[in-house]
Design a protein around this ligand. Sequence first.
Ligand code: ATP
Length: 237
Amino acid sequence: MTDPAIRASGLRKRYGDVQALDGLELSVDRGEFFGLLGPNGAGKTTFINTLVGLVHSDQGTAEVFGFDVEDDYREVRDRIGLAPQEFNVDRFFPIIEVLEHKAGYHGIPRDEARERAEEALKTVGIWDKRDTRFDWLSGGMKRRLMLARALVSDPDLLILDEPTAGVDVQLRHDLWDIINRMNDAGTTILLTTHYIEEAERLCDRVAIMDDGRKVEVATPDDLMARGTDTIVLELAD
Ligand code: ATP
């Protein structure tokens, strides 16, 4: 039996008085488009950060394609592309260089890094901005760049933390198309969102998180059939 793309068992993380992850159990299949929903502070970003090695859990384990995220960090790192919520990019570099640096970080040789960077910029539709500094891009272009940076290493697992937060309808649809194409090509996707419509349009299954735990896993259709008010009420209990 092949390992799932993601497996979390009894994952716990505390920040001072806050139990950000409280025994999280979760499994995401290979090739799946999986959504994480939940109110602010539910623990979604903390979970993502444990997968990419930015946060060390206090207890429990997390695996990506069967590799332990802490013990086999290098194996995991090169299989994941992360588009974080925050724009954590060096703003003075031309964006083509931002992507080349990222490819280099994944051990991709210089010539190939250039090709990968160009390809990623074309994929997200900002090839013509390749020599522009990050801080001269519009907000929407910055979102596109974050996706390009996640794609540059050709990851098996793409993690998108609220990738369409604050963008206009046109860009949201463009980003959905790009992400869907990645999933159709076999990339596993883990996406956090506050938009139930986004989950419905994209995800095979979603997990509802609250207080650092998984409340349930369902198909978006099941959630929609119950009505979004119900989801909000359940989370407020
Ligand atoms: P949102 O939807 O607002 O992005 P989230 O579900 O991603 O929320 P997290 O960002 O994981 O939630 O936060 C979970 C809890 O942990 C929150 O109460 C948050 O304030 C707290 N937290 C997260 N990171 C830290 C940190 N570095 N130091 C202290 N507390 C933190």
